[in-house]
Design a protein around this ligand. Structure first.
Ligand SMILES: Nc1ncnc2c1ncn2[C@@H]1O[C@H](COP(=O)(O)OP(=O)(O)O)[C@@H](O)[C@H]1O
Ligand SMILES: [Mg+2]
Length: 431
């Protein structure tokens, strides 16, 4: 290196905004540049040949000696970052001479040899406060993000709770609807069984009179006369008819109560193998009173395997679809129930000849509270609940609708659940 090059090199070292300290093998100070003078507030003349630890007593000697071992004994360049130790050597002023008490440093210690083979070490000190500050901002940003996330999780929990409550209230609404329907269904058989009993009581009274007359009557003719006057022949006929009719009525009530029992495992939350057709028939029985005056119900069932599902929940989905179908029909129409299997999937379908759904509303019908029905008639929760149930079954709902002609809802369910929970056999048969 000629003198010009040497001059350039030392000008560079004096102007670069990096602290440069040169140490000998015993860590005695041989040189430092302007930045170190500026930032340490110490004078080089007083420090020359002094041990680094003496001039900078705050130096982290443990860290420094570790670095030195690596640099001296293994010839490595040893780099430390500001966040390991806060700083290696305290430089209380910044490069313009202003106090900068919190200056954070990164340092590089590396061995080199002079032309005369003397072992020396370069120690470079970088001000990494800015980096650290940026990093703090990053930290703060991350922190606020994570607190946003916590907030979001809290919101999601709240939403889930609200959703569960909605489900619950829709269940209650469904139960209410059911109860009204059941009351209606049971009323008429109970009504005529009651009136039959009254008539029968009258008949029994008359019959007893005839039988009593057998003992007290003077002649057989008198008894015959009484028989005729009490219309025995008519009573005889009618009694049988009344009893047959009453038995029918009681049978019907029994059927409804069985259907109800079947239908109303509302809290059941377990997958098991179930006969979907039986579920559909049960559901039909339950909503019969809503459908009867609105539509002729046609069944076009296909072949279905036992399907792994939560039967009462699928019943509820089908009930919602059936009631919606009935609501969509203005005068009198047809509701067709179909089922089928395609590979691993089964489907249930409810088609009506009702008013249909306008295309721009098709993607809104699953929204909670979306309803086009008058207050009191629609909650807007039926399809949203159904959607949730079907999704829980890893299935999907399709809808096809032509305004003015009708609507077809198809529920697809996997015959077997993909991640298979333990299956309970469908144990509760009718007695
Ligand atoms: N079969 C159907 N025919 C016509 N419109 C339907 C049918 N099913 C559902 N809809 C429309 O979807 C809306 C939402 O249905 P739903 O979630 O069951 O709530 P709700 O029956 O209480 O209104 C209904 O208000 C109606 O506009
Ligand atoms: Mg509905």
């Amino acid at each position: 290196m000629d003198s010009r090059q040497r001059e350039l090199a030392s000008a560079l070292v004096e102007h670069i905004e990096i602290g440069v300290i040169i140490l000998d093998a015993e860590l005695r100070i041989q040189y430092w540049n302007n930045v170190v003078t500026q930032c340490s507030g110490k004078r080089l003349e007083l420090a020359l040949q002094q041990p680094l630890a003496l001039i900078f007593p705050e130096a982290d000697t443990l860290c420094l000696s570790e670095m030195l071992v690596l640099a001296r004994d293994q010839g490595e360049h040893v780099y430390t970052e500001w966040h390991d130790p806060p700083y290696l050597i305290q430089l209380p002023f910044d490069t313009s001479g202003e106090p900068a008490p919190l200056m954070l440093q990164s340092t590089l210690l590396f061995p080199f040899k002079r032309s005369d083979d003397q072992q020396l070490f370069g120690l470079l000190l970088y001000d990494s406060s800015k980096l650290a500050r940026d990093n703090n901002q990053l930290d703060a940003a991350l922190h606020s993000l994570s607190s946003k996330q916590v907030e979001q999780e809290r919101l999601i929990t709240t939403l889930e709770k609200a959703n569960a409550q909605l489900m619950q209230s829709e269940k209650l609404a469904a139960i209410g609807q059911l109860a009204a329907g059941v009351a209606h269904e049971i009323n008429s058989p109970i009504g005529y069984v009651c009136s039959n009993l009254q008539t029968l009581a009258g008949y029994v009274h008359d019959l007893l009179r005839i039988i009593d007359a057998v003992d007290g009557a003077a002649s057989l003719d008198e008894v015959r006369q009484l028989k005729r006057s009490l219309e025995y022949a008519y009573i005889r006929n009618d009694v049988e008819a009344l009893i047959a009719e009453s038995e029918d009525g009681i049978e019907q009530v029994k059927k409804i109560s069985t259907a109800l029992k079947d239908f109303s495992h509302f809290e059941e939350d377990e997958f098991r193998l179930a006969d979907l057709h039986r579920g559909l028939d049960t559901t039909l029985n339950v909503v019969n009173n809503e459908l009867r005056y609105k539509a002729e119900v046609v069944k076009e069932y296909g072949q279905l395997p036992a399907v792994e599902c939560m039967p009462s929940q699928i019943n509820q989905v089908m009930m919602n679809l059936l009631v919606n179908a009935a609501h969509a029909i203005e005068q009198f129409g047809r509701i067709t129930l179909r089922s089928g299997q395609q590979g691993e999937w089964v489907w249930l379908e409810v088609e009506d000849t009702g008013q249909g759904i306008a295309p721009h509303l098709l993607n809104r019908i699953y929204e909670p509270f979306f309803t086009t029905k008058p207050v009191g008639k629609g909650t807007g929760l039926g399809l949203s609940l159904s959607y949730n149930i079907v999704r829980k079954h890893n299935g999907r709902i399709e809808v096809f609708s032509t305004p003015g002609q009708g609507t077809r809802f198809r529920v697809w369910l996997p015959a077997q659940q993909p991640t298979r929970p333990p299956i309970k056999e469908d144990a509760d048969h009718h007695e």
